[in-house]
Design a protein around this ligand. Sequence first.
Ligand code: SAM
Length: 348
Amino acid sequence: MNSLLHSAPPAFPITHIRASTSPPAHDSLAAASAGKPPRTPSRKLSASTTSKRKPKVQEDDYRSTLEALNSKGRFPRKSLGQHYMLDGSVNDELVAAANVKEGDTVLEIGPGTGSLTNVIVNAGATVLAIEKDPYMAALVRERFAGLGCVEVLEKDFTRFDLCAHMSSILPKETPTDGNSSLAKVVANIPFNISTDVVKQLLPMGDVFSEVVLLLQDEAALRLVGSSLDSSDYRPINIFVNFYSDPEYKIKVSRTSFFPQPKVDAAIVSFKLKQTVDYPRVSSIKSFFSMVNSAFNGKRKMLRKSLQHICSPSDIESALCAADLLPTSRPEELTLEDFVRLHNLLVKI
Ligand SMILES: C[S@@+](CC[C@H](N)C(=O)[O-])C[C@H]1O[C@@H](n2cnc3c(N)ncnc32)[C@H](O)[C@@H]1O
């Protein structure tokens, strides 16, 4: 599932972008153009700053941002998957898919120029944005400075202690107004970290209610649509369905990005399950260890590939007790089948 595109053209053909009608909105663009990230101290989101703020509707200025970057020779970095969204309606779709509303807390991974951040803020949410590129982190921090509802952390998401940070910003108690205290994730992520992102976020149902991502289309179809007996059916499909209810929303053409990647994208939403709704297994760790072992020998029958757990005859008995054929192979088992098999095998 990893990687794909990042073969952006060597030059930055800004002429293919419609000229912005709005002037650069902030001084940061001047700093950006000069190649120096503006130095704005990061502010912590707090109840006092978030409740008092008045959302300020900004014109989306990402085209002018790109022009400013281009004018000083700043190239989107292939290694960071910097393919910026040019189609505002895709940002609207992402935000709508997560049903972002007033008072929500939203995690955005890779805000880039802040075009999606802007739509999330305008929906009334507070945003925690994690951006690896120091230059873009400074740019987006400056863009939303003064609103009090956007915290930008200059971090590599794949190495960030998200649980610790989220527990420091989310309320400890469930709000009495009936609203959920759970946060949401809305992000146009670099395709090359999509597996890491999905693996880190999906088991966080006690922190997030929805995760809405723009993924490479092929990866999205594999994650959400891979069915039994298909060659794409993998442990990640069991993982995704164990922790969430996934939905493929819409396909997004590669022409919506700048620079244009070699592949199309898609919006996928994952409604996260709460711990109490996970399939009942005695140990999640041993469950996924069994699933991984089963797929390690993809063409092998389970009675062979699971031999390190117990004897082939015990495995055959467990398969029969789970209403499965003794000759079953991993690609023939649903999540529920794996759960039944696991719970029988660990008892043996
Ligand atoms: C596909 S661009 C999307 C930018 C912006 N959200 C948009 O829609 O135009 C991906 C963004 O993620 C940032 N990024 C890349 N790797 C990252 C990582 N490991 N952690 C956090 N941000 C990352 C890039 O610098 C870039 O800004």
